[in-house]
Write a new protein. Structure first.
Length: 402
């Protein structure tokens, strides 16, 4: 039952599989207990409902047999006597439960690639202000993090949608024939950046490649760092692992470090009490969309309306987050964050940084000039091992507004 229920839709069964995948034993047993209790409750209600209907029909037959003459008009199925009032109530409750189930919102699990932050604010806004529910969706957001990889959950069918950082992973999926597809891009620019200490000669981007220490996480080393080497001459000799702890960077004024431009620079201000030098990679040729929404190709074919509603609701949530009252979204994100991160994170209210660095709402005409390669082509051209993805009639697919 668990394996069969964890395919396309979500529920208790998928929560059990997700917990086992993440080795969260207490959560797995809690979900199992709740699943068993739910099954017992459904059996009990169904049994009561069937017995009530059987007793009512038997009473009807006995009354007909005792009557010497046919009744002038049909009698109601349930009488108002005390004997039948309980049965009538149970039947009405059962019918109400069936009607409620038929009108329930579609359950959707959306996994992000990091812990809750301002760069995810529009999705949490759509949950907090009821936008997803207005579109007929019951959305659960599953957070990512430094020790959490939600990516395998999408092709495995354990989640419906996944937020990804940039198009590089999407290219890998196409190359490896993973049946996923990008259906929307919230950010027109990737917030990925490099930061440095002020007054150390790193005010110009070209000087960063001469830094003795470059703190880059493993995922970055195998993706955009390769682009930096090919395009801007960065060297592997400077690499040091970034473990998402600002301590080593703050202690070394000559070091540079990777950063999400709407996150780490704000953390540095809070902890180091200075504004770091921020160089956005998108301003130096790293042209890719960001905060992408991915789903399975099969889900697009079988439930296109569900995909459309999720994309539309997410876009509405982002519009409300940037221009409306976002207090509920900020409170929800703060609640979802680990306690150790709540005091350090000062980015939840910095929506101006999100709009400024990520180009939210800007169309492709403001992003690159006519006849200039689209973001997908430009990234592939700077990768010495990749080739442009061929679209219909052998033409490279163009980047554009999703």
């Amino acid at each position: 039952m668990v394996a069969g229920a964890a395919g396309r839709d979500t529920g208790l069964a998928s929560r059990i599989l997700e917990a086992s995948f993440r080795t969260e034993t207490p959560k797995m047993f809690a979900a199992l207990s709740l699943l068993v209790a739910t099954g017992v409750l459904i059996f009990w209600l169904s049994n009561l409902l069937s017995r009530a209907v059987a007793r009512a029909l038997a009473c009807r037959c006995r009354s007909s047999l005792r009557s010497p003459k046919p009744l002038p008009r049909a009698r109601p199925l349930f009488l108002n006597s005390g004997e039948h009032r309980c049965d009538q109530s149970l039947l009405l409750i059962g019918l109400s439960l069936l009607g409620t189930a038929a009108l329930a919102n579609d359950k959707v699990t959306f996994a992000t690639n990091w812990k809750a932050q301002a760069a995810h604010g529009g999705f949490y806004q759509a949950v907090a202000d009821g936008t997803y529910k207005k579109f007929g969706l019951d959305v659960t957001i599953v957070q990512g993090g430094p020790q959490v990889n939600n990516r395998p959950l999408l092709p495995a069918g354990r989640i419906e949608f996944l937020m990804t950082g940039n198009l590089l992973h999407s290219f890998d999926n196409v190359k490896n024939q993973v049946p996923t597809v990008v259906v929307a891009a919230i950010f027109q620019k990737d917030p990925q950046a490099l930061i440095a200490h002020p007054g150390q000669g790193y005010e110009k981007f070209d000087a960063l490649k001469r830094a003795p220490v470059a703190m880059i996480a493993k995922d970055g080393q195998f993706s955009w760092w390769q682009w930096l080497k090919v395009t801007h001459g960065f060297k592997d000799e400077a690499l040091k692992p970034y473990n998402y702890n600002l301590g080593p960077f703050l202690a070394n004024p000559k070091a540079i470090q990777q950063a999400y431009s709407v996150a780490e620079p704000i953390y540095v201000e809070n902890q180091g009490k200075f504004k770091p030098v921020v160089h956005l990679l998108a301003d130096h040729g790293f042209s890719t969309y960001s905060t992408l929404i991915e789903t399975r190709s099969e889900l697009v074919r079988s439930k296109p309306d569900l995909v459309r509603r999720f994309v539309d609701a997410s876009a509405t949530g982002w519009a409300n987050y940037l221009s409306g009252d976002r207090k509920a979204a900020a409170a929800l994100m703060m609640k979802r964050q680990p306690r150790d991160d709540r005091g350090r994170n000062g980015s939840l209210g910095r929506t101006d940084e999100v709009a400024r660095h990520c180009g939210v709402g800007r169309g492709p005409q403001k992003r690159h000039r006519r006849n200039e390669p689209g973001p997908r082509q430009r990234l592939l051209r700077t990768d010495g091992q990749s080739r442009p993805v061929q679209g219909r009639r052998g033409r490279p697919e163009q980047g554009g507004q999703l």
